[in-house]
Design a protein around this ligand. Structure first.
Ligand SMILES: Nc1ncnc2c1ncn2[C@@H]1O[C@H](COP(=O)(O)OP(=O)(O)OP(=O)(O)O)[C@@H](O)[C@H]1O
Ligand SMILES: [Mg+2]
Length: 200
């Protein structure tokens, strides 16, 4: 068992299975004796709740610059209030979305990726960052309702392209998400256990 905490994030387009996989991973790790917790961005803090209300569920998208700044601010609170305290207690923190969602979504909206990185420079580097890659048409079909204005096929294709660039640059590890939940979960657990072994 590790003596320090561990920070994992799961990334990918809407409907790729992030929430499903994050919950499955937390359950598997807890069964194995790790102390794992689920968390997500936007966070459940004040700024996160504001983002859900103000940015995601409306007909028209707000300025992508405002969006990027709000997500960056929420991220600082999420780290300070939830992620870092849990890591300090030796827990494994599994975050459903993180920094790379900002790079991919606000990048797809046309913002300079380097500027998005800049405003997120206080966001700590995760120990493991996984991109669950699913064909955008499949992902959209998995979502029963179109929940947010960010979810449309053309946009998801652009978002996926940026995620794939982040795989090339070594920021993210790609996992093929076009398989059954169990198969995807098995690979994510394997990657996690290998990474956990390295820090022991
Ligand atoms: N590997 C899979 N095969 C088939 N269906 C799946 C798979 N993984 C998840 N699903 C289903 O697809 C839907 C979307 O999954 P989930 O909510 O986990 O995606 P998400 O990435 O968290 O989406 P969002 O970005 O909208 O939060 C759910 O109904 C889930 O049960
Ligand atoms: Mg989800």
């Amino acid at each position: 068992m590790s003596h320090r905490g561990f920070f994992i994030c799961l990334e990918g387009i809407d409907g790729c299975g992030k929430t499903t996989q994050a919950r499955m991973l937390v359950n598997s790790l807890n069964k194995m004796g790790y102390r794992a917790i689920y968390t997500a961005e936007p966070s459940r803090g004040k700024i996160g709740s504001f983002i859900k209300r103000y940015c995601l569920h409306r007909d028209k998208r707000i300025s992508s610059i405002v969006e990027a700044l709000l997500f960056a601010a929420d991220r600082v609170e999420h780290l300070d209030d939830e992620v870092i305290p849990a890591i300090m207690e030796g827990k494994v923190v599994v975050s459903d979305r993180y920094l790379f969602s900002s790079l991919a979504y606000q990048g797809a909206a046309g913002l300079d990726i380097n500027w998005i990185r800049k405003i997120n420079e206080y966001a700590i580097k995760p120990d493991l960052a996984i991109f669950i890659d699913v064909d955008p048409e499949v992902a959209i079909k998995r979502l029963k309702t179109i929940k947010s204005v960010m979810e449309n096929l053309e946009n998801e294709i652009k978002v996926r392209e940026i995620y794939l660039k982040l795989v090339e640059s070594g920021d993210l590890i790609r996992v093929d998400g076009n398989r059954s939940k169990r198969e995807v979960a098995k690979e994510i657990l394997h990657l996690t256990l290998s990474a956990l072994k390295k820090i022991k």
